[in-house]
Design a protein around this ligand. Structure first.
Ligand code: ARG
Length: 458
């Protein structure tokens, strides 16, 4: 069988293709962060107190210049990762060695591809989580605006899918908004756990040269380095699982929102009307306007959960130290994040353009929906609750004349249909957006300083 020469030895072609797998494509998403990680590592090496100096200040500048050039190429989709490179890490080393000769061969001192890919994925996750938070806050805002606009529109509140008590469109919409804001807390937790630098942990067991892992972490704008070098590598896969688990929470909210839309846009309900441009038709039934977006969001929720479980399964029996199995978590990780983000982005404009059919919502009320409210009214007049309950049960006919619009006006306590605190939603969403702004600003500042050019590189 044919073989070929690679940076790390001669490898059979079939084996090379099998082991590189999808890295040759997927790693294109990691080129910039890989260069950023290398810039920090080389800067740290240039400050290492050894004689003779491993990397001089002039060397450091040359390497950084080469890395910035690669980032520029990546931005124009012009940086190629070849099969013989196996992955982005060796593609960058090959390119720098071609440009800088022996200096290029020094950049991998005191690190391994294991901590390198681990730091790349954490830098990637950082930006992806921030984007997800921004998109989730935008959808929470859209739901809140929808709820506020239809705050006083009555809607039958259901349990067991059966009519229960008078509710409102505002309550329905902001229930999903609040869920999403809680999901943002999970995303921020994932962000914080991810915000630890594994670089310099090398192959997991420390190196016999005085590297400064705190410096590397600071240069990359991480909040701290992971402490134990073995855990730094064992944490790969675990980190992806934590992030996917937060994504999966977001998808759970989206799937239930999508399910509600499918139900309440059925002609039999007709509460809401999805914008026509968010529906697709049938190739045979001319009249059809199908809620395909909602169905696919529901399907994607399963796929993101499957990605999370997939990563879990890959690592649950993984022995300590790096195992190549971890490479297969990359695809699940990237796809799970991309899927979640695409669902957030498609639902936001759909929610904003959805129409509310007030008449259908009011027509949906049958007198029995007021039974509990009536019983509580009797309680207010002094009757014990159980007696009031039985009285109303036996006299349901007395409920005929109640107006749903007026019924919800009586529910004014915290979080009830007319007790929704709009500033609560606004402030939580604003806090998410502020976190994103601050984190991004601090990160861009650190990386701009490291690279000596404004980051993100244009
Ligand atoms: N592409 C590899 C991965 O994603 C990089 C690390 C390879 N390390 C190794 N020891 N073969 O896991």
């Amino acid at each position: 069988m044919a073989k070929q020469k690679t940076t790390v030895g001669i490898i059979n072609n079939e084996v090379l293709a099998f082991t590189a797998g999808r890295d040759v494509e997927l790693d294109h998403a990691l080129i910039t962060v890989d260069c950023v990680g290398t810039a920090a590592h080389v800067t740290m090496l240039s400050k290492m107190p050894v004689k003779p100096e491993l990397i001089t200040e002039t060397d450091r500048k040359k390497v950084i210049e080469g890395l910035v050039e690669i980032i520029g190429l990546a931005q124009q989709n012009k940086f190629k990762i070849k099969l013989a490179d196996q992955d982005v890490h060796l593609a960058v080393e090959r390119t720098l060695t071609k440009k800088l000769g022996d200096l290029g061969k020094k950049i991998h001192t005191c690190r391994s591809r294991n901590d390198q890919v681990a730091v790349d994925l954490r830098l990637y996750a950082k930006e992806q989580i921030l984007q997800t938070l921004e998109e989730a806050a935008a959808l929470a805002d859209a739901l809140t605006a929808f709820g506020k606009k239809h705050e006083k529109v009555p809607m039958v509140g259901r349990t067991h899918m059966q009519p229960g008590m008078p509710s409102s469109v505002g309550l329905w919409a902001t229930a999903h908004a609040e869920s999403l804001l809680d999901d943002c807390v999970s995303l921020v937790n994932a962000y914080e756990l991810n915000d630890q630098c594994p670089l310099g942990s090398a192959a997991s067991y420390g190196v016999p040269l005085p590297i400064d892992r705190q410096l590397t972490s600071d240069l990359l704008g991480f909040s701290r380095p992971t402490h134990n070098v073995l855990y730094a590598n064992n944490g790969r896969g675990k980190m992806e699982g934590i992030v996917l688990s937060a994504m999966s929470q977001v998808m759970l909210t989206l799937s239930r929102l999508a399910q509600d839309f499918m139900l309440f846009t059925m002609p039999e309900f007709d509460y809401f009307k999805l914008p026509a441009e968010f529906c697709t038709g049938s190739s045979i039934m001319p009249q059809k306007q199908n809620p395909d977006v909602c169905e696919l969001v529901r399907a994607k929720a399963s796929r993101v959960k499957a990605a999370e479980l997939g990563v879990y399964d890959l690592i649950k029996g993984s022995p300590t130290g790096y195992n190549r199995d971890l490479q297969d978590a990359k695809e699940l990780f990237m796809e799970g994040i991309a899927t979640t983000r695409s669902c957030l982005r498609i639902l936001t404009p759909m929610v904003s353009a959805t129409k509310v059919n007030k008449k259908a919502l009011i027509d949906g009320f049958t007198p029995d929906v007021f039974a509990t409210d009536r019983a509580l009214e009797l309680v207010g007049e002094g009757m014990p609750f159980r007696d009031a309950y039985h009285y109303v049960k036996e006299n349901l006919h007395e409920l005929d004349s109640i107006d749903p619009t007026e019924a919800i006006l009586l529910k004014t306590h915290m979080g009830a249909p007319l007790g929704l605190d709009w500033s609560y939603f606004k402030e939580r969403s604003a806090a998410v957006k502020a976190t994103v702004r601050e984190e991004r600003k601090a990160f861009n500042k650190a990386i701009s300083k490291l690279l000596g050019v404004s980051y993100p590189v244009k």
